[in-house]
Design a binder for this molecule. Structure first.
Ligand code: HDE
Length: 692
């Protein structure tokens, strides 16, 4: 029956690296999970050449069994994320404030792993929806792992953990239809928000440009909750944590973010990966805001309320160190997917506050890791394991990888009296101690009246923004509420918004073309807090174009000198240059030399770049006039307020794309574009977009 000749021909087909070659080169031999070497990774074992596959084929069965179980449950929230390794270095020690080991000595470094994420979208969703970003850092200190699990917005939607499942159910795809994915612009989200006035401060941030960051490398991070520091004398202070990016704060425009999702759904993941890969290591300062009970008692809000922030003008930011991300993960699943952050991971010197949202989180994360990673031993996975010594009497459990020697797995024990190892013992020396806080009262389910002001800080945030920023917030409300189908929901949002600002609510209602409803009753009188400039992105612009990415559009006949000058200037400014042409095979320069390019025009719209330079030849420019991708490249850059450099030959392109000359369109000194790649020309905006 069997045709041995045919079989041997098929089995001997080239496979890239032949077995002998692999062995000679020292390449490892392919084996099963149990170490048995495999001779054929192409064909399953069959009863004969046209026969059924045999049950005894353990190689096939193991391979498919393992594949069938490759996925683990994704995170309930923050499923879509990217991460990187790096280190924290203490630059300004604060032993007088905390005994936390990482803040004791200038220059002291500890390794860390950071993960950035969106909140609502599933694991495979796009990077650029309008959403809060997670900003989680695991410090592997010599006194244990400290996880600072924060966001890129300093406040949160709700005050009490009890409401978290409702909030997340409301923002996730709607229960019956399973859409929309990674979007807050739908009925259930806004229905919930409109019924929860405490969310209004966070909503102002979520509708601002903070929720559409340009890059993970260009966003701030916040611990959000108030925590406590304890020093060696048991003195206790309140603390809030802030991360500030060295590249400065920067966001995209909404239309740009929408288009980026189509052009590159991995925009932020790729950006982080490429920056680290090319040695441009992202860096943040870690700063703390320190205050005491007295300060807390005299504020018009409660410092334990996560819907409130402490303006930097009231408590200065004290820089204590820096985080540098300098190594990409080697395996996304093993590291980014399996990393398990726990707000309960604190080290001696850091303690929690009674913020009811934080208190709920202290329970949630440990619990979620068990269902996500399947075992109570998830701390043994290398990315989660502490790098300091760790001993206790916890034993066994699913996927136990530690071999615990010795007779005693309990404490106390007296095995040392029989000359055997008694195992670890508690020690007061440098151990974690909980801050001694006095508490008294009646057990109850109640929210303190000090949590009642839901609008004053929302109003403060709004009025701290520039006019352009306020317009963006209004436009975001109009966009989101226009996607809301239930009229009563739209109206209830507007009636709540009137408490933030009547004028602002009016602006949004005009954008929706609906009448302003009656004002929602606020629990307490809305106050006018002073403007806080630090809350605005535009008032704190990045200082240089370092870390940005520019595209130069080239064609056959492009001038060699023009390209060389651009390359040199970009290198000097620390700007990444991508050469874009109609075809990926490259172009022939004016000199006749061949130029390799980085991308094809159709796959690289200008939304992927911070600024563009057009350097076609005259003939090349004529040809591009017939290419919609080229016209879109120019007109999008213009309407996204980017700097455009255009050589003489490309003027026809500017004309066809309806580009009007302004201060950010450089037709003479095109290299100037490189210096302003981090900026947007806000003055252009009123002329080209229907912002409110
Ligand atoms: Fe989370 N959150 N959260 N959260 N959160 C999770 O934990 C939860 C909250 C944050 O990159 C989950 O490991 C509750 C605030 C980040 O792996 C889960 C409450 C802040 C990440 C969970 C909150 C955060 C998470 C999902 C209200 C900013 C991603 C999987 C009491 C300070 C970490 C997981 C990463 C992840 C619960 C509120 C930040 C389900 C119950 C406030 C950055 O345990």
């Amino acid at each position: 029956m069997s045709d041995n000749t045919k079989n041997s021909i098929i089995n001997d087909q080239p496979r890239g690296k032949g077995d002998e070659v692999q062995q000679k080169n020292g390449t490892a031999t392919l084996t099963t999970n149990h170490g048995v070497s495999i001779s054929d990774n192409q064909n399953s074992l069959r009863s004969h050449d046209h026969g059924p596959t045999l049950l005894e084929d353990f190689v096939l069965r193991e391979k498919i069994f393992h594949f069938d179980h490759e996925r683990i449950p994704e995170r309930i929230v923050h499923a879509r994320g990217s991460g990187a390794h790096g280190y924290f270095e203490c630059t300004n020690p604060i032993p007088e404030l905390t005994m936390a080991s990482i803040f004791q000595k200038k220059g002291h470094k500890v390794p860390l792993f950071a993960r950035f994420s969106t909140v609502a979208g599933e694991k495979g969703s796009k990077d650029t929806p309008r959403d809060v970003r997670g900003f989680a850092v695991k410090f592997y200190t010599e006194t244990g792992n400290w996880d600072l699990v924060g966001n890129n917005i300093p406040v949160f939607f709700i005050q009490d953990a009890m409401k978290f499942p409702d909030l997340i159910h409301a923002v996730k795809p709607e229960a019956d239809r399973g859409f929309p994915q990674a979007a807050s612009a739908h009925d259930t989200f806004w229905d919930f928000i409109s019924l929860m006035p405490e969310s209004m401060h966070m909503i102002m941030w979520a509708m601002s440009d903070r929720a559409i960051p340009r890059s993970y490398r260009m966003m701030e991070g916040f611990g959000v909750h108030t925590f406590r520091f304890i020093n060696n004398q048991n003195d206790i202070k309140f603390v809030k944590f802030h991360w500030r990016p060295l590249l400065g704060l920067q966001s995209t425009l909404w239309d740009e973010a929408v288009k980026i999702s189509g052009a590159d759904p991995d925009y932020h993941r790729r950006d982080l990966w490429e920056a680290i890969h090319s040695g441009n290591f992202p860096e943040w300062e870690l700063a703390v805001q320190i205050f005491d009970e007295d300060f807390a008692n005299y504020q018009e809000y409660d410092v334990l309320d996560a819907t409130k922030l402490i303006p930097e003008e009231d408590v200065v930011l004290q820089v204590v160190g820096r985080m540098v991300l300098d190594r990409n993960p080697e395996n996304h699943f093993a590291e980014v997917e399996q990393v398990a952050f726990l707000p309960t991971n604190v080290i001696p010197g850091i303690d929690f506050s009674e913020d009811p949202l934080l208190q709920g989180r202290l329970f949630s994360y440990l619990d979620t890791q068990k269902s996500r990673l399947g075992t109570t031993n998830f701390h043994q996975i290398p990315i989660n394991a502490p790098r300091c010594p760790m001993h206790n009497f916890q034993r066994d459990g699913m996927m136990q990888t530690h071999l615990h020697p010795g007779r005693a797995s309990y404490e106390p024990n007296s095995l040392d009296e029989a000359g055997e190892d008694q195992g670890p013992r508690p020690s007061t020396h440098g151990a974690f101690t909980t801050a001694n806080i006095k508490g008294e009262g009646v057990k109850l389910r109640l929210r303190s009246s000090s949590f009642a002001d839901h609008y004053s800080q929302a109003r403060q945030f709004l009025f701290s923004q520039t006019e352009a920023e306020q317009n963006h917030i209004a436009a975001a409300f109009v966009f989101e509420l226009s996607k809301v189908e239930l009229t009563h929901v739209r109206l209830r949002v507007l009636s709540s918004l009137r408490n933030v600002s009547d004028d602002f609510a009016k602006k949004v209602s005009i954008g929706l073309n609906i009448d302003l409803p009656k004002k929602m009753q606020a629990l307490v009188q809305v106050k006018d807090f002073p403007v806080s400039d630090k809350l605005s992105i535009h008032k704190n612009p990045p200082i240089s174009s370092k870390g940005r990415c520019i595209a130069a559009l080239v064609t056959d006949g492009t001038d060699d000198d023009e390209i060389n000058n651009i390359k040199m200037a970009c290198k000097k400014a620390g700007v990444v240059l991508k050469l874009i042409a109609s075809k990926i095979g490259g172009i022939e320069l004016k000199s006749g030399a061949h130029l390799n390019v980085d991308g094809q025009l159709a796959g690289n719209p200008s939304v992927l770049f911070d600024a563009i330079i057009l350097v076609p030849s005259a003939k090349g420019a004529e040809a591009l006039l017939k290419d919609a991708a080229a016209i879109g490249f120019v007109s999008d850059a213009y309407s996204h307020l980017k700097a455009i450099g255009a050589n003489t030959q490309s003027q026809v392109l500017l004309k066809k794309a309806n580009v009007e000359n302004d201060d950010f369109v450089y037709v003479k000194q095109i290299l100037s574009v490189i210096e302003v790649a981090h900026q947007r020309m806000w003055a252009r905006e009123p002329f080209i977009s229907m912002v409110i």
